[in-house]
Write a protein that binds this ligand. Sequence first.
Ligand code: ADP
Ligand code: MG
Length: 246
Amino acid sequence: MPKFDLYRTLEQDLEPPVISLEGVTKDYEDDLHAIKNLTLQIEKGEFVFIVGSSGSGKSTLIKLLLREISPTSGKIMVDGKNLARLRENNICRHRRKIGIVFQDFRLLPDRTVFENVAFAMRVIGAPKSAINCEVPRVLSTMGLSEKLDKLPSELSGGEQQRVALARALVNNPVILLADEPTGNLDPKNSWEIMRLLEEINHRGGTTVVVVTHNREIVDVMQKRVITLNKGILVSDKKGGYSNAKY
Ligand code: ADP
Ligand code: MG
C-alpha cells in the first residue's frame, strides 16, 4: 500500500491535473456571480464530492467543464486542453472525454436498454461490431445483463440510473461527472450507485466528480469534499460533509 501510494504520488507530480480552474467567474446576469473567482485542481484518478446548498453554483461548474457554457473570466483546463481555445470539432472530442450522469437519468423512453447505451457509441461513429461487443459488456458490469431488451419504463429507478452510468462509461471517458446522481433514488439504490462509482474510480482509474446533497453518503465515504457557497469555494478537504465549513 505505501509503495503504491509512492508511485501514485510520483506519477501525479509528472502529470498535470486532469481538471484545473484558475480564477473562474461565471455571471449569467451582470453582477450575479453563479461562480466567483474559483481556483481548484483535480488530479487524474481522484474521487471528489462537490457539495453546497441549492443555487451555490454546482451545476454551473459541471456545465463549464462540459463547455456547454463559457466562463465570464478565468481559465479552465481539462485533460491538458484550454477550453477557451477549443474549435468546433475539438469541442466534440472534448465532450467524448467526459461521461455524464444526471439526477433524472435522461434515457430515451422509446428505446431499449441496449439501444440507449448503443446510441452513445453510434454518435461517435463506432462500428457495429464494437457496439455489439461493448454494450453488453458494460451493461453486465452494471448488473444489467438480463435487461438488454427492456424499455426504461420497465425498470426501477436504480436500474435506470445504472443504464445511464453504462451509457456514460461505454466510450471510456477520462472523467465521469455526476450531477446529483442519487437525487431520485431510495437509500439502498443510492448506495448501489455510489458503490459502482467507487469501483469505476478504483478499477478503471477514471476521475469521478459527484455533485450531491446526500450528507450521509459524503460522511461515510470520506473522500475529498469541495464546498461551494453562493459560487465561492468555502472548503476543500478530505472527510465528511459535516467537516465542511460554511
Ligand atoms: P446549484 O446546481 O448549486 O443548485 P446552479 O449552478 O444551478 O446551482 O445555479 C447557481 C446560480 O446561478 C443560481 O443563483 C441560479 O439561479 C443561477 N443560474 C443558473 N443557471 C442560470 C441561467 N441559465 N440563467 C440565469 N441564472 C442562472
Ligand atoms: Mg444543480
